[in-house]
Design a protein around this ligand. Sequence first.
Ligand code: HEC
Length: 96
Amino acid sequence: MIRKMGKMMSDLLVPLMIIFSLMLITCGDTINLTAKQQQGKRIYESLCDSCHNLINPKTHTDTEWVQAINRYGIKLQLQPSEKDAIAAYLTFANDN
Ligand code: HEC
């Protein structure tokens, strides 16, 4: 009985481990972010979609993002540290 349970566990464990590994790979982006970038991502996703949909980070250069963060950060009354964090995230996530 106990051996049978062990067999069942290992039958389940292998597919589960494969699923978890895939999840880790697809979420890799978030895992590799620094604490500051993660904070910036959270602020970006929670505040920058209040007037328009979130804009794909890849569609703008570093300079364009910094300008946009300054322009819209005023409207959101962001602290300098919050703007810094968003910039850290977007200039990392745009891949250029
Ligand atoms: C108060 C409303 C408002 C908030 C909040 C806001 N935006 Fe916008 N955003 C706009 C409007 C309106 C436009 C279109 C302006 C235009 O085309 O002249 C725009 C356009 C943009 C664009 C250019 C879009 C494109 O690709 O053509 C970027 C980039 C952008 N916003 C980034 C941000 C970021 C980053 C934040 C968060 C810090 C943010 N926005 C928050 C109103 C807002």
